[in-house]
Design a protein around this ligand. Structure first.
Ligand code: PEP
Length: 252
């Protein structure tokens, strides 16, 4: 069975106070429930140890980015091994903000995926089309290419460390969400691209991201190819995030 995952991407938000307010409540009300998903918190890297301490090791943790290099003279970078050293299990790769604001290409994403997998962590490769690409009828082709190129170096057992997050760029932080039907169609397409790459497509979790909220999560998570969510803004609000974590259909 595929892993069900809800991952909260705090982006460059938060403070020691926020960690203290949020983490205990999430652990008490969203972690370890029957039928619920694995709950992952992805704070800015400097807060990882504090989140870990506050959660008493109950939360899975991630970082939002790592270097494409293993170690060395790369001032300002954080390596996948360092994320592992801090106790992280997950790394976001190729988030649309990294692609759009920092010029990250599919090739850079592919090198980061390789570093993450070499470190034994799970790489969450983020893919998604812009509004212009969707309106031009290119969404499927763009997403398929991002999946193929971002995961080009993955082979054999390494697929166990791969999660894909479909995040249409026009839905991130905008309040606009893909309909459950449209998201399901793209997730099915991603799975067929993975199959064509000889990946164990039925075992790879594909998450949806883009303005997921308490009131739309259940519809999205009940689609057969949507295995959970990557949550931005709503992951900073305890009640919203907790109810998203509880939005899976019973028996999952
Ligand atoms: C994200 O940052 O990955 C994201 C999906 O953001 P939001 O939920 O705010 O749209």
């Amino acid at each position: 069975m595929r892993r069900k995952i809800v991952a909260g991407n705090w982006k460059m938000n938060g403070s020691k106070d926020l960690v203290q307010q949020l983490v205990g409540v999430i652990c008490d009300r969203a972690v370890g429930l029957d039928d619920a998903a694995e709950v992952v918190v992805i704070p800015p890297a400097p807060y990882v140890p504090l989140v870990q301490q506050q959660s008493d090791g109950k939360l899975a943790l991630g970082v939002q980015n790592v270097s494409e290099w293993q170690s060395g003279a790369y001032t300002g970078e954080v390596s996948a091994d360092m994320a592992k050293d801090l106790g992280c299990g997950f790394v976001l790769v190729g988030h649309s903000e990294r692609r759009q604001l920092f010029g990250e290409s599919d090739d850079v994403a592919a090198r980061k995926v390789e570093r993450v997998l070499e470190s034994g962590l799970t790489a969450v490769l983020c893919v998604g089309e812009t509004l212009e690409q969707r309106e031009a009828g290119e969404a499927e082709q763009v997403v398929a290419e991002q999946v193929r190129r971002g995961l080009a170096g993955v082979a054999g057992d390494q697929w166990e460390g791969v999660v894909v997050a479909y995040e249409p760029v026009w839905a991130i932080g905008t309040g606009k969400t893909a309909t459950a039907e449209d998201a399901q169609a793209m997730h099915a397409e991603i799975r067929s691209v993975l199959k064509a790459m000889d990946a164990p497509a039925e075992e790879i979790s594909v998450l949806y991201g883009g303005s997921v909220k308490a009131d739309n999560a259940a519809a999205l998570f009940s689609e057969p190819d949507i295995d959970g969510g990557l949550i931005g803004g709503a992951s900073l609000k305890a009640d919203e995030f907790i109810s998203i974590c509880r939005s899976f259909p019973a028996g999952n």
